[in-house]
Design a protein around this ligand. Structure first.
Ligand SMILES: Nc1ncnc2c1ncn2[C@@H]1O[C@H](COP(=O)(O)OP(=O)(O)OP(=O)(O)O)[C@@H](O)[C@H]1O
Ligand SMILES: [Mg+2]
Length: 305
């Protein structure tokens, strides 16, 4: 559906996007993850054709994307980072206005359909100024859906949204994706991207630092299997000493002991055999690595400052 090859963009002397390449397949729910200033919005602006890349190429269904590519732009629905709505108009009047710009046929039916898709059908006649932040975000998504885009591009659509509204947005997007829409979803919340997206690109400082499925990206971490052992009471010192001999990076805090193991199955068997009769083990939990861990490993800093 979409491919970026060596795309770069500078603002004056500042490089906002540097040599970024990735592909998005038809029907994919693709995530673009990165901290503030990573270059996400700049990348999206070039994808949707509101900003021209300095170098590199962007192709949508094989056709080159650029700010004058009107035919290509109409295949995309864009939900910008800042909501763009007329506050003193009703939800329906906003949709009517934007729909008329697209020259859409059967506009009243189309407005009703997109309002239903975002769960705002009972607020059609209400003025946007009386909407919550989450409702405005959902209406902004409805506007982007009006012209039946093939590709929906969303720039941080859940910032400032309460958990209930956020879940409604997720449900809407997951349904659209199940119905075949390709989605690019930008966020600096790794939990959102992990939940929604089948493939993920991680950006930092204008560069693409990782791209693939969550499993692909996790492979970038050195094999770290963390085991958390929870005891009924703090384990005795001789037991800790024994574990420490085998696991030099052991960390003990009250009743919880964490160790890094090479092979989960073998090490769990060894540990339980050593503990027999010495301590009351309540639980063993293995910690899967998260995108946050990968980001930390690749950049030396957290996703959120
Ligand atoms: N119009 C502009 N003029 C000058 N610099 C810009 C402009 N737009 C973005 N930048 C700079 O480019 C870099 C990337 O910004 P961008 O908005 O793409 O990041 P982002 O990942 O979307 O961040 P955020 O999560 O804060 O939205 C930043 O250093 C920013 O200051
Ligand atoms: Mg941004």
């Amino acid at each position: 559906m979409l491919s970026l090859r060596s795309v770069s963009k500078k603002f004056g002397a500042r490089t906002a996007v540097s040599d970024v390449s990735f592909e998005v397949q038809c029907g994919e729910f693709f995530g673009l993850l990165g901290p503030n200033g990573a270059g996400k919005t700049t990348t999206l602006s070039m994808i949707v054709g509101t900003l021209l890349a300095d170098s590199g190429s962007i192709n949508l269904e094989g056709a080159q994307m650029n700010p004058s590519a009107f035919g290509e732009k109409s295949k995309i629905g864009f939900v910008p980072q800042e909501t763009a709505l007329y506050e003193d108009l009703s939800a329906n009047a906003n949709l009517q206005f934007f729909g008329s710009l697209y020259g859409l046929q059967s506009l009243p039916e189309r407005c009703a359909t997109v309002l239903r898709q975002v769960g705002l059908e009972d607020r059609a006649a209400d003025r946007v100024e009386n909407f919550s932040g989450g409702m405005k975000r959902r209406l902004n998504i409805a506007v982007a859906l009006l012209h039946h885009p093939k590709l929906l591009v969303l720039d941080e659509p859940t910032v400032g949204v309460d958990p209930q509204s956020r879940n409604q947005i997720f449900d809407t997007l997951e349904q659209l994706n199940r119905d075949g829409m390709t989605i690019i979803y930008t966020s600096h919340y790794m939990e959102e991207v992990e939940r929604l997206c089948s493939r993920i690109a991680i950006m930092d400082g204008g560069k693409l630092i990782a791209c693939g499925t969550k499993a692909d990206i996790s492979k970038l971490l050195p094999d770290l299997n963390l085991l958390a052992l929870t005891f009924a009471e703090p384990p005795p010192a001789d037991l800790l000493a024994l574990l420490l001999l085998k696991y030099p990076d052991l960390k003990a805090e009250e009743t919880v002991v964490t160790v890094q193991v090479a092979n989960l199955e073998v090490d769990v068997a060894w540990i339980t055999s050593q503990l027999a009769g010495k301590a009351n083990l309540k639980a063993i939990r293995s910690d899967e690595s998260s995108l946050e861990d990968v980001f930390l490993h690749l950049t030396g800093k957290g996703l959120r400052d």
